[in-house]
Design a protein around this ligand. Structure first.
Ligand code: ADP
Ligand code: MG
Length: 330
């Protein structure tokens, strides 16, 4: 479908019911990913990353909202078609290599399993399996079983397995969660290489801040909602700024203009419940709303660059205090 993003989530809600309790895992999440994009997904534990991956992978259905992947409206697919979607369009890589693989089979046989199940003949299966192991840099480990491979090598076999059925979308949920930094980097590099060579759309959940340099965008989820995006800035030719400065984290607005303000910002300025928005020269200023009682002094602190108003507030505050608390000190 022309003009439609490869992945589109609108106002996605997922509520888990456990006994009499309801857990809201996704609360109105919006997400757009283009075909061929490689995206990192970050967020604290419990923020809804796995829930989102399960929905995109057709393993779970949302409670409300809309989700399209590659032209399929996942909410409208029958159970049978959703099974088919999961088997043909999506590849998964999980955190533990063991979850991705059959322990007593060698690497080659592991990669062959999905193709044989899909009815591909033995010769073609073998040819493709060899090719896939080569693509993840494991040609020399074809006949090693799980126990004979390192954690990083197991994850590379897992990536080859995930690609066996030529999916259009690859989902990896903390694939580097159990390997060291150097191995994590080599795994990110393989994902990037596959992304570019096969025009594969990839979403990787990760806790590794270093992921930013391997992906097109890093999306942060907070409390079941898309909160911010980190994009790589175009390097300035000839500049000597360091790596850190080439990334910029942007807050995401949802379809009706709501945005999530980071908790630490709110706490720093003691903003709760309501806030005051003002247009200033550079943009929009968010300030604490004045409380009903004598909190006007607090407001003073945040009126930056407007001395005349600050004076006004202080005087006003003093007057109010005189009126309501005779003898009270300002
Ligand atoms: P993340 O992957 O970011 O750590 P999850 O998507 O696993 O987060 O979980 C989001 C929230 O939903 C958490 O509060 C979690 O406890 C809850 N949750 C996840 N899966 C289930 C489930 N199957 N049943 C009940 N609650 C769940
Ligand atoms: Mg998770």
């Amino acid at each position: 479908m022309a003009g439609v993003p490869f992945i589109l989530c609108e106002n996605l809600v997922k509520i888990y019911k456990v006994a009499n309790l309801e857990v809201v895992a996704l609360q109105g999440l919006d997400l757009t990913v283009n075909r061929g994009e490689m995206v990192g997904l970050v967020g604290t534990s419990g923020s809804g990353k796995t829930t989102l991956m399960n929905i995109l992978g057709g393993m779970d259905r949302p409670s409300a909202g809309r989700v399209w992947v590659d032209g399929d409206d996942l909410l409208k697919l029958s159970d049978h078609l959703l099974d088919r979607y999961r088997q043909t369009k999506v590849g998964f890589v999980w955190q533990q290599g063991s979850r991705n693989l059959v322990s007593y089979l060698d690497a080659l046989a592991n990669v062959s399993v999905p193709m044989r199940l899909d009815g591909l003949d033995q010769k073609e299966t073998r040819r493709r399996s060899v090719e896939l192991l080569e693509a993840v840099g494991l040609s020399d480990r074809q006949n090693h079983t799980l126990g004979q491979l390192s954690g990083g090598e197991q994850q590379r076999v897992a990536i080859a397995v995930a690609l066996a059925n030529q999916p259009a979308l690859l989902l990896a949920d903390e694939p580097t969660g159990e390997v060291d930094t150097a191995t994590a980097q080599s795994i990110f590099r393989i994902f990037r290489d596959l992304n570019l060579r096969l025009e594969l759309t990839i979403i990787i959940v990760s806790h590794d801040p270093g992921i930013a340099r391997y992906v097109d965008r890093v999306i942060a989820i907070r409390d079941g909602k898309t909160a911010s995006e980190t994009i790589r800035q175009e390097p300035v030719v000839g500049s000597d700024i360091d790596e850190e400065e080439k990334y910029e984290e942007l807050t995401v607005l949802d379809s009706v203009g709501r945005l999530q303000v980071p908790k630490e910002y709110l706490e720093r300025y003691n903003i709760q419940g309501r806030a005051r928005l003002d247009l200033v020269e550079e943009g929009i200023l968010i300030r604490p709303a004045p409380r009903e009682t004598s909190t006007t002094q607090k407001v003073d602190e945040f009126v930056v660059g407007r001395p005349q108003k600050k004076v006004f507030f202080s005087r006003w505050s003093q007057r109010i205090q005189r009126i309501f608390r005779p003898g009270g000190k300002a």
